[in-house]
Design a protein around this ligand. Sequence first.
Ligand SMILES: [Zn+2]
Length: 341
Amino acid sequence: MFYQTPLLPDNKEKMKISQIVLGAALTEWGTCLNMVVTASDGAFIARKQLQSETAMNPAEVIEAIAQFLDEHGEHARYGKLELAGCALTLEAAIDAAGTNTLEYFELAAWKDYPLQSELSALLGGAPAAIDTLVNGLLIAEFAADSPAYSIPQSVALVDIDSSIMMSLAYRGVILRSPQFGALGHMQIAADGAVCSCGGRGHLLTIASTQAMIGRIMHYPETIQRIAETSDGIAKTITPQQIWQLAQEKDTVALNLLNDLTQALAYALSFIVEACDTDQIIITGDYAQFGQDWLWLLNHRIAEFCQPKRAAQLNRIVKLGTFHADRYVRGALALAASQIGN
Ligand SMILES: [Zn+2]
């Protein structure tokens, strides 16, 4: 059974000037909580990031959100603020009704937790929603394009980070069921590396940002080149730096980029063909590579598709709007969808 969330809520004009929405996103294996409140005119009022050594339990997360809201209950410009909607997105398996977290990284405290009602209760009965990070992203992408945007019949969003997740909407509603959308665990190479799930050669092991950065660590000379181009201050390596190196025709970077693009193209061709998708939005670090990479990706997807579908790829596949703070923007968009519900 699929739970259905409207893809493009059109209710922002219902907000009063003193009303706010609160979005929170729990990422990095439950250890990083990003929270934002915005006013009815879209202005950011406050944001806060909370880091924890160990994965937070649901009660801690809700308490932190409630405290954050308390700290910003008044605003010089807007006066006393009223919470019109809130949302928490996280990479949990959520029940079909969108109320309980069924599972979250095998953490006992999250199992069958009534997250939606507890969140609403702690925030004074405000309309609350919980959903996955990618479902929030899909709503954010459409909210960013509204109101002019026309909703395609079917749309998929693929978010590539240390995980690779997919969200799918059909006729304007997001289709959701527990365990849906773990595209990263699609098998690409039967004899490939062992995945975190125990399987072999999954998309994650080739195309995730973690896999990309992990593989480049085997090439000290390439690492050295990255350090040189970033004035020797490269403590961490980013996909953007590897992309830059590939532009300079570095063989290692080119091979790496080629492998991950090929693996992604293979997985995406299934969505293009099997789901008959009108649009695929790609978000995450690789979306920042821009149109040159998109051209390369489409070229590779075309090799796996029927000629008729291949000719349509330029209008099917697009890159996402949001990058570094995309998860919390997704939560905000989901929170805005709660207004008036
Ligand atoms: Zn796997």
